[in-house]
Design a protein around this ligand. Structure first.
Ligand code: PNS
Length: 167
C-alpha cells in the first residue's frame, strides 16, 4: 500500500469550507489525496452523487494533487483498491468523537493496515456542517464564508431562493 496517498471520504452534501480546510491540511501531509464521495442512498442526500462530485471538482479546481471520486461498499475496500493506506477525517468538537472513534476502530478491524488520521479545521469552522448549511440555505440565510460561491448557488437553486431578494 502507498503511504503517500490518503483518502478523504464523506457525504459532502454539500461540501463546506470546513471540508476544504481539512482537505488543504491533508494535502500538506500527503502528496496525493483522493476525495471519496459515498454513493450510499441510505443517507438520503439532498444532492445527487453527480452534483456532489461536480461541486467538489469546482471547489478544488485550484488545488494540486487531488482526485475527486465516488465509492460504494466498504470504505476500507475502496482505500485498498486505490492503493492508499490512510483515511482522513475531520474532528470539529468532542461531540464528533464517539462516532468517529467507532468508525475508525471498525475500519481498523476490517483492515489493520489502513490508518485513520484526524485533522482539526480552523476553529471558525467548529460549528459548521453540511446539515447546518442546508438548514440556513432552506430559510434563505447568508452562507457567505461558509461555502464556496458555486455551492451557495446550487443551494439557492435547490431551495428556490432568489439570488437577489425581491423588494
Ligand atoms: O460525511 P459522513 O457522512 O460523516 O461520511 C461517512 C462515511 C461515508 C465516511 C461512512 O459512512 C463510510 O465510510 N461509509 C462506507 C461504508 C463503510 O465502510 N462503513 C464501515 C465503517 S463503520
Amino acid at each position: 500500500m502507498n503511504q503517500q496517498c490518503a483518502v478523504y471520504p464523506g457525504s459532502f452534501d454539500p461540501p463546506t469550507n470546513g471540508h476544504l480546510d481539512i482537505l488543504l491540511r491533508a494535502t500538506q501531509l500527503f502528496p496525493k489525496v483522493i476525495v471519496a464521495v459515498t454513493d450510499n442512498q441510505n443517507k438520503n442526500p439532498s444532492f445527487t452523487l453527480e452534483e456532489r462530485l461536480t461541486m467538489l471538482r469546482t471547489t478544488t479546481s485550484k488545488m494540486h494533487n487531488i482526485k475527486v471520486d465516488s465509492f460504494s461498499g466498504l470504505l476500507v475496500d475502496y482505500v485498498q483498491q486505490s492503493r492508499a493506506s490512510v483515511i482522513i477525517r475531520g474532528l470539529r468538537a468532542v461531540s464528533d468523537f464517539e462516532y468517529e472513534f467507532q468508525m475508525a476502530l471498525m475500519n481498523r478491524r476490517l483492515n489493520r493496515s489502513v490508518i485513520t488520521v484526524f485533522l482539526m479545521p480552523d476553529e471558525s469552522y467548529t460549528y459548521l456542517s453540511s446539515s447546518v448549511v442546508r438548514e440556513v440555505a432552506r430559510h434563505g440565510g447568508s452562507l457567505r464564508g461558509l461555502v464556496h460561491p458555486s455551492v451557495e448557488k446550487k443551494l439557492k437553486k435547490l431551495y428556490r431562493i432568489p439570488s437577489h431578494p425581491i423588494g
